[in-house]
Design a protein around this ligand. Structure first.
Ligand code: BG6
Length: 491
């Protein structure tokens, strides 16, 4: 069961990395401000270059201001928070270096410990082994693993086995920050706290589902990481497949009594995904890579030039694909997934496209009626809209119809909604793993994506180039149009 009022020691491995400074530290500060973290808690960062605690605090503050230039900052609270930040320069792959960290942690041996591994997953095994060898793993220790873990099923299992040799499954928190987003959680609320949709949520009423996560950014300073992974491993294998699970899963027994109810249902979906044949991979998947273009009114370089050096690479920065779930509920309902960098806009959305009415009684000037559509916007703005047909009001117009949207605006009056990392870190501190991925979930996701990745490799399926600032290669449009459907576009 989740714990209340935690006092905790948090150790961030990779403490000066982009993720730690951009997302984890600000999230911890906000939890601290809201009294979700006890003020006696300490935050240790392992770093690679020499720095004093004061240098470290200065850098954390500087990055906080750079990435979060808003008003949600108090000098006074920051001073208290910063006094609990400490750093250790160390080679984290070698247990001989853990002594100073161990001395600090052992001041409070009973305290809850959260080890956040914000490093490449190739280091996870070494870090866990070193923690174990230095006696730093107690009954109150947990470990948080950043995605992607491994590059395929085989490497995932190798890494996870090393972690599992030290931590029990109940103490391993595999993070997918999409599961911490408010709108993503709202999918559960929408589906399972209203009677309205449940009877319609199946292949009798739904024609197809679209899930798009479009970004305007390029690979930024992450070329080295990104080129080894690509969009399939960086986004589809985790974020988009998790969204697919939340849309397609059956009602879990409970959200509260145990962390497994939701995860059991998600695994069933992942295991029901049809493995594509080689022919289907060629037909139902598209790989793209951006070339130079204009993004948000600025000329931007192509992927190959998007680093300090020029490169040759066939890594995909865009993927579109059709997934099919083989079960009674979803048979015959394609799920179209699409994600890419340097697309025309930044938006993440889920479209539930309902079927056409079976017969129309309205002449409607020969115009076809639009089928109902549920549009779930995850970001940048959060909203849920239901498209319905409605009569054009007034006299003399006969019975003409037009589509209108019912809007459920979920933004609160408080303009600072908690970030996904804030929510997920709080869950870790409370020791509740419902929103984290279980080992079998990650395995099932890798199994499905591995099949596609292998076919791309074996059949030499090359990336198709697209101009930065557009919606990917034209074959992504053809992919869905071949089925007589089209990607949703906001009017
Ligand atoms: C990360 C990916 O997991 O998610 C990044 O590694 C991507 O490549 C990011 O940009 C997108 O997250 P968000 O929350 O900005 O949609």
């Amino acid at each position: 069961m989740p714990k209340e009022s935690p006092s905790v020691d948090i150790i961030i491995f990779g403490g000066h990395g982009d993720l730690a400074l951009r997302k984890i530290m600000p999230a911890l500060y906000h939890l601290f401000c809201q009294n979700y973290i006890d003020p006696n808690s300490r935050i240790f960062s392992t770093i690679r270059t020499e720095a004093s605690n004061d240098d470290h605090r200065e850098l954390v503050l500087q990055k906080f201001r750079e990435y979060h230039p808003n008003n949600y900052f108090s000098e006074e609270t920051w001073a208290t928070f910063a006094s609990q930040l400490f750093c250790f320069e160390m080679d984290i792959s070698d247990s001989d270096n853990y002594k100073p960290l161990a001395e600090a942690l052992n001041e409070f041996p009973e305290r809850d410990r959260v080890n956040y591994l914000s490093t490449p997953s190739s280091l996870f095994g070494d870090i866990c082994t070193a923690l174990n060898e230095t006696g730093l793993v107690t009954d109150n220790s947990r470990v948080v693993l950043e995605k992607p873990i491994g590059k395929d099923l085989k490497s995932f299992i190798e890494i996870d086995d090393l972690v599992a040799a030290v931590f029990p499954e109940t103490s391993i928190f595999r993070i997918d920050h999409y599961l911490g987003k408010d709108t993503v959680q709202n999918i559960l609320a929408l589906r399972f706290s209203n009677t309205l949709f449940m009877p319609l949520w199946n292949n009798k009423s739904i024609d197809h589902v679209q899930i798009t996560v479009a970004e305007t950014v390029g690979v930024e300073g992450r070329w080295g990481y990104y080129d080894k992974y690509g969009a399939m491993r960086d986004m589809i294998q985790n974020h988009l497949m998790q969204l697919l699970c939340l849309v397609a899963m059956e009602p879990p027994r409970s959200l509260q009594s145990d962390s497994d109810s939701v995860r059991n249902e998600k695994v069933k979906v992942l295991k029901s995904l049809r493995q594509m044949s080689k022919r289907e991979v060629a037909e139902n998947t598209v790989r793209g890579q951006y070339k130079s273009g204009v993004s948000e009114d600025k000329a931007v370089p192509g992927y190959l030039e998007d680093d300090d050096e020029l490169h040759e690479s066939d890594t995909e920065t865009f993927v579109a694909l059709r997934a099919d779930i083989e079960n009674w509920t979803w048979s015959g309902v394609p799920f179209y997934l699409r994600t890419g960098k340097r697309m025309s806009g930044r938006f993440s959305e889920i479209i539930i496209q309902f079927k056409d009415i079976p017969h129309s009684i309205f002449p409607n000037d020969g115009q076809p009626l639009e089928a109902n559509k549920l549009i779930i916007h995850i970001q940048p703005e959060e909203s849920i809209r239901l498209l319905m047909m409605n009569k054009v009001p007034g006299l003399g117009k006969g019975m003409r119809l037009r589509p209108v949207e019912l809007e459920l605006n979920i933004a609160e009056d408080d303009p600072r909604s908690p970030t996904a990392y804030e929510r997920l870190l709080l869950e870790v501190v409370k020791d509740d793993s419902t929103l984290f991925m279980r080992r079998d979930e990650v395995e099932a996701a890798w199994e499905w994506t591995d099949n596609i990745l292998e076919t791309w490799h074996e059949d030499n399926i090359k990336v198709k180039k697209y101009v930065a600032g557009t919606d990917g290669p034209s074959s992504a449009v053809a992919l869905i149009e071949r089925d007589g459907r089209s990607w949703h576009e906001d009017a």
